[in-house]
Design a protein around this ligand. Sequence first.
Ligand code: ADP
Ligand code: MG
Length: 716
Amino acid sequence: MAGARLDAVFSPRSIAVVGASRHPGKIGYEILRNLIVNEYQGILYPVNPNARSIHGIRAYPTVRDIPDPVDLAVITVPADLAIAAAEECGRKGVRALVVITAGFREIGGVGIEREERLLRICREHGMTMIGPNCMGVINTHPEIRMDATFAPTPPLPGGISLVTQSGALGIAILEHAKSLGIGFAKFCSLGNKAQVSLNDLLEMWRSDSDSKIVLAYIENFGNPANFVRIGRATTKEKPVIAVKSGRSEAGSRAAMSHTGSLGGSDLAAEAVFAQTGVLRAASIEELFDLAMAFSLQPLPQGNRVAVVSDAGGPAVMCVDELVAQGLRLAEFSPATDSFMRTWAPPEASLRNPVDLTPQASLEDYRQALDAVLRDEGVDAAIAIYVPPVRIDELEVARAVWTTAKEHGKPVLANFLGRSEESPGFAELVGHGVPSYLFPESAARSLAAMYRYARYRKRDEGELRTFRVDRAAAEGILNRAREEARLHLREDEAGALLDAYGIRTAKARAVRRIEDLGSAAAQIRYPVVLKAVGPGIVHKSELQAVRVDLRNEKELADAASQMERHLRDQRISIEGFLVQEFVKGGMEVVLGMSRDKVYGPFLLFGLGGVYVEYLKDVAFGLPPLTDRDAMRMIESIRTYPMLRGVRGQAPRDVAALQEGILRLAALVSDFDVIQEMDLNPVLALEEGHGYRAVDARIVLAPPTNPTAVGGIENRTN
Ligand code: ADP
Ligand code: MG
């Protein structure tokens, strides 16, 4: 949806409040009142069939009775009346609706029908709609000054825009932000997102110069693939900080299917955030912490941090957190060091973290902060202060912000235990230095700023396309479909991967033991033998795999043993797979699971038996750039093993990267592929590629038996 259409929502020249009321406590009263007392700059039209005027403003029985054009209608009447009102608005030529009224999709049944009718009306008349079931919208721009919510107090004007899937939480955030001195540009409560989605708002605010920072409270991404695309574009322009509630089914499912025991975490959402550069706050509290840091301070140019404190304990806690978050403790230059020695109290510790001890005077503290910020080896500073009785915390606060202003490097403060009610806090935040109750929060906020600064500078990479044999892949999938099979046979799986250029070990499927010899001769010894049959899934457990068979005799013996063993367990064999024995590969796993919300979801990790124990995997959501694929590989803990440790040769990481991208192409082209598990993929030495030696490919049960390909259509 074009931003132009959201203009009528955020910058209307006139607003009709449908259901405007004279009775305090009613939503129609509160909204009209908020618009008036917060000095909406356009024209207001209360709509109420039973009143000639409300708050002294002339009221109209219906929207259609309003003599002048109306840009926006805020609808507060009960659900059934709301639909009639929307229809009237459409006829009147109203450009946008904010539907506060509840009783739609969220109640199920009749509500779903109602919402569909509402949507139809908007579509017919070309109206943009926020909601239904939302808490309203705000724009603090001095030429608009619209508070179309029923929040008890208006937010301070500022550079943050907030979009929220929970209206109540959104209002609470506005309230609390006010006490922290954080100001807002725009606010949007999305409600049921029947038409306008989170992604639409991001898209609009990306180019909105009033919105310097975007905050989002997210329950679900709507269309995650769109979120990835739009989120990526938005974080290029400005920071986006989000809290995401709810555990993703995708992550747990993907994890379950590939490792059996990774479930329960929110990995899908994590992958989405990692790919878009959207910063994820772990809690609402952290959302505020980050919002304060980003809105008040410049981004750090590097990760070298100085800590200045009047007490050792909190300084050490701060350093621990800084390091855990990937920041570094700066090393001061000799000049800084000797300068500080000339005046610092003798008991002070002048190496980073600087601990001036409570003996330090206000001037000592100011000089220390100034000295470290002046040092070229310092990118940012955290000023910690444990207010002792004898110095006025207000004085210290003043010293911190005045010093911070002189250097253009980010400075965050921790006045231990001092929050928004204390004078030091107000003094700091009022003058642009974020202040935190605890040192760890300051450290985490600074780390987030650094992460974002790095993200901004990173190479995004490219979306690559590959020459593939789509028709061959389609043929294989169609055949399995026609035969109503949900699992591909080994040879089919191999052929499917081949069609997309994913490298597999050479293999031949044979029916009879007598044919093994000639198959092996074509492949060349040593070979691997695997039994094939519908009941044979985890082959090793059934002793249905034998590796490194050197000649025809070993092969034949292995086959008859295997056959006997499986027969004893009453497991039927359909045939064998003879495979090239791939020597010296490091086992990794490459997988995919398709989620009904997230779509296909890729997994890369350390493979073989370790995957269950080490849970060392990374996720990616197509479309993936080449850098995204590389990041998946680099982000596993055992990545150094792939790079070669202790005299071991480095593995062909570039080939693995391409393998991930080709797999992404395959699963994006064919919705019917439900799950893939290539385990192991043997990563060979640099220049030698990799070989997938085992592939389990599961198809989606048929819902629409004719279609194998095609991208699903999702809205929002
Ligand atoms: P499953 O996972 O069903 O038990 P695999 O086909 O993955 O069976 O084989 C089990 C193990 O045997 C693999 O993890 C790998 O270590 C080894 N292996 C299988 N095929 C090959 C091969 N072609 N070359 C080298 N090693 C192999
Ligand atoms: Mg396997």
